[in-house]
Design a protein around this ligand. Structure first.
Ligand SMILES: [Zn+2]
Length: 339
């Protein structure tokens, strides 16, 4: 009888103990797996202090096409942006301007991925500034800077990108087409006057003073009469001009931002943007004069003039504007949101 009681006791005890033992075993394994995972984290991730701060659920990595080699490189988006910001904006610009550039570049990247329509097939974006946006390797970038400023400049670039992690510019909750250029010459341009495109209510004519303090503001191009003839004839074979006539060259119309809309050369009319391309001018904001047998273009600003002006961003930052102020100055009615 005592034996029966002992067996019952052992069975009841087992009923309690076995699940406890299994649970302990399970927890023990879990703990071990966690430790093992921690140890396996790549060193560059362990070193990043704010890894928990922002997680990219989507667009965490991008496929970058290197135009020269046709190779596709897969990169974490912010690492890609170090290469874009440092290629697109001088690192001696104010940190708030660099942050604005980082957000603009991130937005431009996401916009391209969502709206490229498979332009680069297996890649999201390419490293050509003529097509998508410029990009440079860290090694090449550092080599182009003087040794004394390398560490400081690279630190600013990394700070600009990391401190704005995940942030993009949106209009009605969609990423905007974040055009930018070097120097607006005082006023930005609407896309309609550059590419004929419309439907970007956030890209308006915006004024910024102080951009004349930058070397990108003023430039000149001087051509001989025969060079002018040759350049226009390459595009308009019917071109004829008599330079002795008073109205041989005449600006007929300006855009709202005071860029040339239409200019007449002899028997052809060119848009300001077309003239910019034909004569290699820095922008479509120019005047033209005949000086003896030369044609001289005096140009203001640098680039197409649409969206954020980089030197304008630096001016605003110097006056105390934050990256948010800068972005909202150049893009009308937008919000800054996390991806
Ligand atoms: Zn491209």
């Amino acid at each position: 009888m005592k034996k029966v009681i002992l067996y019952i006791f052992i069975i009841v005890l087992s009923a309690f103990l076995i699940p406890i033992l299994f649970t302990m075993q399970f927890d023990f394994e879990n703990t071990n797996m966690a430790n093992a995972n921690n140890l396996e984290l790549p060193p560059e991730i362990q070193e990043m202090p704010n890894i928990e701060e922002y997680n990219y659920n989507e667009y965490g990595t991008i496929k970058l096409l290197h135009e020269k080699t046709s190779q596709i490189e897969e990169l974490p988006i912010d690492q890609y942006l170090y290469g874009v910001v440092s290629a697109e904006m001088p690192a001696n610009f104010e940190i708030e301007a660099l942050k604005a550039q980082a957000i603009v570049a991130r937005t431009y990247t996401i916009y391209k991925i969502k709206n490229s329509g498979g332009k680069h097939q297996d890649a999201d974006i390419c490293d050509s500034s003529d097509c998508c946006q410029a990009w440079i390797t860290k090694e090449d970038r550092l080599n182009k800077w003087d040794e004394g400023v390398r560490e400081e400049y690279w630190g600013k670039i990394v700070n600009a990108v990391d401190s704005t992690k995940g942030k993009i510019i949106t209009y009605e909750n969609e990423p905007i087409n974040a055009f930018f250029h070097s120097n607006s010459g005082g006023t930005t341009e609407i896309p309609l006057n550059v590419w004929g495109g419309s439907g970007y209510p956030y890209l308006q004519v915006v004024e910024t003073s102080g951009e004349d303090a930058y070397s990108q503001y003023n430039s000149e191009v001087e051509l001989s009469q025969s060079e002018v003839i040759e350049k226009i004839k390459a595009v308009h074979s019917e071109f004829e001009i008599d330079f002795s006539k008073e109205d041989a060259i005449q600006i007929l119309e300006y855009t709202e931002s005071q860029r040339v809309k239409t200019i007449k050369f002899g028997n052809v009319n060119l848009s300001g943007v077309e003239a910019r391309t034909i004569f290699g001018l820095r922008s479509a904001k120019f005047s033209v004069e005949k000086i003896e047998d030369k044609i001289k273009f005096t140009v203001i600003g640098y680039g197409h003039g649409v969206g954020m002006s980089q030197t304008g961003a630096d001016v605003l930052a110097k006056q105390g504007s934050s990256f948010e102020d800068i972005i909202k100055h150049f893009y009308v009615g937008v919000e800054i949101q996390n991806l």
